[in-house]
Ligand binder design. Sequence first.
Ligand SMILES: CC(C)(COP(=O)(O)OP(=O)(O)OC[C@H]1O[C@@H](n2cnc3c(N)ncnc32)[C@H](O)[C@@H]1OP(=O)(O)O)[C@@H](O)C(=O)NCCC(=O)NCCS
Length: 178
Amino acid sequence: MRKTTPPAAASKRSREAVAPNPTSLAAAPVHTKLSIRPVCRGDLDAVIEMDAMVTGIHKRDYWNSLYSRYADAVATGHHFLVATAGTEVIGFVIGEVRDWEFGSPPCGWVFAIDVRPDARLLGAATQLLQAICQGFKRAGVNKVRTLLSHENTLILSFFRSQGMMIGPFIPLEMDLDH
Ligand SMILES: CC(C)(COP(=O)(O)OP(=O)(O)OC[C@H]1O[C@@H](n2cnc3c(N)ncnc32)[C@H](O)[C@@H]1OP(=O)(O)O)[C@@H](O)C(=O)NCCC(=O)NCCS
């Protein structure tokens, strides 16, 4: 996957997350290296909280169901990864390989990517996307796709920064209550 930032420049940037220290606002921030790993059951509360920050809705049943379908399911092309700074979960990404849908050869789909507001602009989402794309490549696909809302310019800026561009498909929809 192409990234518009030259790798040399990107590597110069600080890629350390500042883990929040709720015990003392005066204490020096704790700088901790970011890690990416598969989700664990114990991460779900943090994931639900992060999603609720973006969407305004706590969807516990939805996330439990996603967890049971996506955790430990890499062999089936399902990926649910978290970014951690120390012991804190500060971001997540979910996606999977889908075969021959919409007439397309198998490709990777990213369904959701979120980073906690106090850990943004430190490269966490970049690392999450790179990690899930590695998983897609290991599954034998060479294309990644996503869908996003026209209004969400933040997520658009992020995906564009990673080299993603408009694809050959157009989304269509209609109301079913007429
Ligand atoms: C979009 C999001 C995932 C980015 O996470 P992040 O960890 O801050 O992203 P990164 O630090 O890896 O940033 C990579 C690049 O994205 C772009 N980017 C990220 N945040 C940006 C912002 N606020 N404004 C403009 N560009 C931005 C930049 O080009 C950045 O590269 P640079 O820092 O070298 O300039 C995060 O802001 C987020 O969780 N937003 C809400 C998520 C959401 O709406 N999800 C919808 C459901 S999928």
